[in-house]
Design a protein around this ligand. Structure first.
Ligand code: GLC
Ligand code: MG
Length: 524
């Protein structure tokens, strides 16, 4: 038997936008507690909550000022304990977001560190002298715009930050920092938490010599200006795998606790798989695989990637991600093909991550520049707010999300794209997700079974999931054209599910017709 997380479906809750219980326009823990039945009804295994710890909210919780408490906006520690207990009572695991790369500039550690050059915590952060001309120590740039260095008047040095100036980076060459962060992890795992999603885990170590980053060869207009320089020295420094392995050991003290790591958005299967570590030196359990977000929508490209990636991680570690709170929503990105992408996500081997609203077919919301809240949007125009607009419970005013004024506008299509409208509609996106999840749950072949792709023409990604006592073939038409497929002799059976939910039971043998973007699961 594998670990619980090996083929689990995780549902990412973005708490600010999930359900507001107190009318302040921001989602909260009591809102999540109210809605716990939804997750059982939907059929997911685990919940991942984006940051809920105490924070000035410059980067909406990715700037933590106390790793051991809940921000009052979301509730209290007692609410969290209640949520955890209630979720466990329903058979749901819960993981939280850990942000170890940086703290808020309001965290007591940083307040001490910046108080004087000889403060014992001075070296907990990355402080450097100015160049003789007063300029920044090197050319590193921040993701949210400007230099990765901010001048501190009081102590006459610069401190480093890859994100906002309010997110100073911790210095992991200092063993005290490591020990302190590891204790923050233990605090929650001892409380019964099932694991963490760990923010920007491959960025914790920087070049000890602080060398300049070289120019990038792939940057193009429209990209984040900070990518004009390749991030060779400002992150992923030597020793990062050792540090991650040590952090992973903290999770392993707790047996079943899962570590999910946010690493680079890479399409290189070797890069991703490397963060699982080796048998002798394991690192983290599930290094995020964002390739499905990055790869061009092309059946052969996906096939090649999955063949290689699946083969690299024959045991556990495989996982697939199609969206999160930083990326354009699935239905906006893929257009008509998004149901096919959903079928792909939930029929490949390993764990899968669903971002809230994906299961409704939510698109990016319409957020005007003057409504931007995301610092990356405010500074650079590259706003992540559109994928963070509130969840659609109903078609009513404010989508059943809040009785107050929502912190971000509600997407216009909430009138038709919402839980209430979709839950009993046999052809809705929500029904598709529910049926995919139910099938996956009932048929071990679809979560733990082996994966093998086969030829079905240029535009169709086709594979077999083989379990001990059942097997399925999955055919995904990536193109906008209908396709007539000739099947290998061993592929015959009955359709169990299609992306349009309308061909169940049809028998399939020799030849099958796929409509534009149609995906189907055949029980063999
Ligand atoms: C991660 C988070 C993102 C955040 C950044 C800084 O990429 O997903 O939302 O802004 O880290 O913590
Ligand atoms: Mg609220």
């Amino acid at each position: 038997m594998g670990k619980w997380w090996q083929s689990a479906v995780f549902y990412q809750i973005y708490p600010r936008s999930f359900k507001d219980s107190d009318g302040d326009g921001v989602g909260d823990l009591r809102g999540i507690i109210e809605k716990l039945d939804y997750f059982n009804w939907l059929g997911v295994d685990a919940l991942w909550l984006s940051p809920i710890f105490t924070s000035p909210m410059v980067d909406f919780g990715y700037d933590v000022s106390d790793y051991r408490d809940i921000d009052p906006l979301f509730g209290r520690l007692a609410d969290f304990d209640e949520l955890l207990k209630a979720a466990h009572g329903r058979g749901l695991k819960v993981i939280l977001d850990l942000v170890p790369n940086h703290t808020s500039n309001m965290h007591p550690w940083f307040l001490e560190s910046r108080s004087s050059r000889d403060n014992p915590k001075r070296d907990w952060y990355i402080w450097r002298d100015a160049k003789p001309d007063g300029s920044e120590p090197n050319n590193w740039l921040a993701y949210f715009g400007g230099a990765a260095w901010t001048w501190d008047e009081l102590t006459g040095q610069y401190y480093m930050h890859n994100f906002a100036p309010e997110q100073p980076e911790l210095n992991y060459f200092n063993p005290e920092v490591k020990a302190a962060m590891f204790d923050e992890i233990r605090f929650w795992l001892e409380r019964g938490l099932d694991g963490f999603r760990i923010d920007t885990i491959d960025r914790l170590i920087k070049d000890p010599e602080f060398r300049n980053n070289p120019p990038s060869t792939s940057w193009k207009p429209g990209d984040n200006p900070s990518w004009k320089l390749a991030r060779v020295y400002s992150e992923k420094g030597e020793g990062i795998h050792d540090l991650i392995a040590e952090m992973g050991d903290v999770f392993r003290e707790f047996g079943d606790a899962v570590s999910v790591g946010e690493i680079d958005y890479s399409t290189d299967p070797h890069y991703i798989a490397a963060y699982v570590g080796t048998k002798e030196r394991p690192e983290i359990d599930l290094p995020f695989n964002f390739a499905p977000i990055m790869l061009p929508w092309n059946a052969q490209v996906f096939r090649k990637f999955v063949d290689e990636y699946d083969g690299l991680l024959p045991g556990s570690g495989t996982n697939y991600v199609l969206g999160n709170h930083d990326q354009m929503r699935l239905a906006s990105r893929f257009g008509e093909g998004f149901r096919t992408a959903a079928m792909l996500l939930l029929t490949l081997r390993g764990a899968a991550f669903i971002y809230q609203g994906e299961e409704l077919g939510m698109t990016d919301g319409e957020v005007m520049p003057e409504q931007y809240r995301d610092p990356q949007g405010i500074n650079l125009g590259l706003s992540r707010d559109p994928c963070r607009t509130p969840f659609h419970w109903t078609g009513d005013h404010n989508a059943g999300f809040t009785d107050g004024t929502p912190w971000l506008p509600i997407a216009l299509n909430h009138a038709t794209v919402n839980v209430e409208a979709e839950r009993d509609d046999p052809f809705s996106t929500l029904t598709l997700y529910r049926r995919l999840l139910a099938l996956r749950r009932a048929a071990p072949a679809l979560n733990e079974g082996s994966y093998r792709s086969f030829d079905a023409g240029e535009d169709v990604f086709a594979y077999i999931r083989q379990g001990d006592d059942s097997a399925f073939a999955v055919l995904l038409n990536f193109s906008a054209d209908a396709k007539q497929i000739t099947l290998p002799a061993n592929i015959k059976g009955n359709i169990r599910l299609t992306t349009l939910l309308d061909r169940e039971g049809e028998s399939v043998q020799n030849q099958v017709a796929l409509r534009p973007y149609e995906g189907m699961i055949i029980g063999l």
